[in-house]
Design a protein around this ligand. Sequence first.
Ligand SMILES: *[C@@H]1O[C@H](CO)[C@@H](O)[C@H](O)[C@H]1NC(C)=O
Ligand SMILES: *[C@@H]1O[C@H](CO)[C@@H](O)[C@H](O)[C@H]1NC(C)=O
Ligand SMILES: *[C@@H]1O[C@H](CO)[C@@H](O)[C@H](O)[C@H]1NC(C)=O
Ligand SMILES: *[C@@H]1O[C@H](CO)[C@@H](O)[C@H](O)[C@H]1NC(C)=O
Length: 479
Amino acid sequence: MISYTRLFASVCALASTAAALNPIEVSGKDFVDSKTKDRFQIIGVDYQPGGSSGFTTKLDPLSDADVCLRDAALMQRLGINTIRVYNLEPSLNHDECASIFNAAGIYMILDVSNPLAGGYLDRSAPWTTYSAIYYKQVFGVIEGFKNYDNLLGFFAGNEVINEDATYMAPRYMRAVVRDMKDYIAKNSKRAIPVGYSAADIRDILMDTVHYFECDLKNSTSSRADFFGLNSYSWCGDASYKSSGFNVLTEDFANATIPVFFSEYGCNDVKPRIFTEVQAIYGEEMTQAFSGGLVYEWTQEDNEYGLVKVNNSNTVTTLIDYENFQKQLSKLDIDRIMSSNASQTNVEAEECSVSRITHKSFYNAWDLPEVPSKVSDYIKNGLPDAPSGKLVSVSATTIPQKVYDSTGKEITGIKLEVKSGANTPSSSGSSTSGSSSGSSSGSSSSSGTSTPTNAASLNGAPSLALGGAGGFFMLLASLL
Ligand SMILES: *[C@@H]1O[C@H](CO)[C@@H](O)[C@H](O)[C@H]1NC(C)=O
Ligand SMILES: *[C@@H]1O[C@H](CO)[C@@H](O)[C@H](O)[C@H]1NC(C)=O
Ligand SMILES: *[C@@H]1O[C@H](CO)[C@@H](O)[C@H](O)[C@H]1NC(C)=O
Ligand SMILES: *[C@@H]1O[C@H](CO)[C@@H](O)[C@H](O)[C@H]1NC(C)=O
């Protein structure tokens, strides 16, 4: 059992404190780094250890620092820069986990709902749950996470609009986007992007993106900032055409907001070889898509995992982890992250009935009025809601034992403190069984906490890069 005290107490260990990541903002149809203005594409994984049923009000995926440190270090080694977390409990403390992922160069996209009573919008009768009770959850998550600079954005809903949804669902979903953005504008120091995550229902997919991305003159805040697509149409060694990814690219080429795969990674063919990675980040698709998140980090009953958590002390990287890592190591990160004015200058189109083609899809933008208590929350902030802040991260060595898919122990895995987004290692990093800690391109096998990224050791960049958040974090780490 590792104590949090040991992990986080070292108040004077400024050397191992990471600068906060630069917040990401939306510019036209791209995500960009708010400071450097470089394009940001999501290289991500969906993170729900324990599966959706593993969530309780006592424990969510960002409340156990030992688990976060283990997973952040393994994700960093894999080459990930973003996680998506589905179910969160606003009353829990997330400072340590958020700070660990920040130090690892990993951003977070968070769903604001949870599956418990009052925690979600009922797709079959949204008017029954569009209420102050639901908004305690939604605004509670915003309050809890708004101060973390590595918070990329929020999903206002996940697959709410599907075959089981009522005709009215889009109308309520767009109202939730509006209310969240109004809340953020009033109660957060920065504009945090808010989007929607859609099921891949091809009949209504374009209607769905058009419904959310269009500009509504009398409610500009109801426009979504980004669009996630959960798509599993590339299975095994498919091709750009056979998977239908070419159609998706054409479909989304004219989108006016960033679009990305909020879930991908079909497992009909096992093990997964992730050849779609080269397509998603290839030259054709990156005009339409800003990357994606593989479903999912841990192995659960549905067998989509990249790692298997055997018990609290051991974890195994599965063959899928190694295959995904190999694909990521081939990416041309400089090209993927380079800014492009024709992408960032894209402007919204106005909402109009003609943009909705399917007769079963709701085609008006007469959004429901905000319930009066919810309106009070927006104006004055949600009462008694805890807000997090980044704290210093001192422990970088993970206490758990890690094995590769052949059963060989992998040693020397540790968190490397970064000052920028994590990137895949292009050296075709060793994927298995390194018996000495120094074999990955990342040096430092000694017990010291020297990050290989020297910039993060330097006080100047942490102040310069971190902005207000970095400053507060630095303060917190000094106090
Ligand atoms: C995208 O926009 C171009 C130029 O306006 C148009 O020719 C094309 O048909 C559009 N594509 C789709 C799929 O709507
Ligand atoms: C952990 O689980 C994996 C996958 O089920 C298995 O192959 C491996 O032997 C287990 N490792 C340990 C140390 O129990
Ligand atoms: C920039 O984006 C435009 C349209 O989105 C695309 O046609 C063009 O190839 C891109 N340029 C580069 C250098 O990628
Ligand atoms: C805002 O504009 C939409 C689309 O024109 C319309 O349907 C809706 O009734 C308007 N809402 C208000 C409050 O005026």
